[in-house]
Design a protein around this ligand. Structure first.
Ligand SMILES: CC(C)(COP(=O)(O)OP(=O)(O)OC[C@H]1O[C@@H](n2cnc3c(N)ncnc32)[C@H](O)[C@@H]1OP(=O)(O)O)[C@@H](O)C(=O)NCCC(=O)NCCS
Length: 186
């Protein structure tokens, strides 16, 4: 299946991105003083989501624990406390959605978002799960920057081309559909 045919339920307010078929993580994303660890417990998940103002309900945790790809949840610890989290959620046809990406406000802008997303993707690739996608709102520029920097491609969606142009302009990066293998006429 072509990358742009990723069968996701995309919301009108989001743009989507996916991992290229032969994608590799671009570089070592570790940050000094921060430790990545696989986790599976609600407490760590909740602590980080809470720090960004997301109160995790019982229903949400129930869905996460049901959908999370085994061994894919990663937390970043600093001085023994969790400060970032992300995970992969199981989707149809062996797709995995990179989701619940969160970095505590005091630890932003230092590469921790890239570190946690990179660790989740690396783990998924090691486990043979290379069909990975995600989506986020256009205005979440730091999140979009992370996904593009670590190697995801924007997905072609006819109605969102201009929005990607605008996002690239705001991020100061080239708008390069051909390198993302967009096939508008396909
Ligand atoms: C999005 C989020 C995870 C980013 O975490 P972070 O640790 O600050 O991210 P990083 O430091 O790894 O990278 C952010 C990048 O965006 C860039 N950036 C930040 N704000 C930006 C802006 N307004 N315009 C352009 N680039 C911006 C940073 O310079 C950095 O890029 P660089 O490494 O080239 O300098 C964090 O802000 C967060 O938890 N937000 C709330 C939840 C959320 O939005 N989750 C993701 C989408 S659902």
């Amino acid at each position: 299946m072509h990358l742009n045919a990723v069968p996701i339920q995309e919301r009108p307010e989001t743009v989507a991105f996916a991992w290229p078929v032969t994608g590799k993580l671009h570089r070592d994303l570790r940050v000094d003083g921060y430790l990545a660890e696989k986790v599976a417990d609600r407490e760590v998940f909740e602590l980080v989501q809470d720090s960004i103002g997301w109160r995790v309900t019982d229903d949400q945790w129930h869905v996460v624990s049901k959908e999370v790809v085994s061994n894919s949840m990663v937390a970043i610890f600093h001085a023994g406390s969790p400060v970032a989290i992300a995970c992969g959620l199981s989707r149809p046809s062996d797709w995995t959605e990179l989701a619940w990406v969160a970095v505590a406000p005091a630890h932003r802008g230092m590469g921790i978002g890239k570190m946690v997303c990179g660790a989740v993707v690396a783990g998924l690739l090691e486990d043979g799960r290379s069909k990975i996608y995600g989506s986020t709102q256009d205005e979440r520029l730091s999140a979009i920057k992370i996904y593009l920097d670590i190697g995801f491609y924007p997905l072609y969606r006819k109605e969102k081309v201009e929005r990607w142009e605008s996002i690239c302009q705001k991020l100061g990066i080239p708008f390069s559909p051909s390198s993302w293998r967009w096939q508008p006429d396909a």
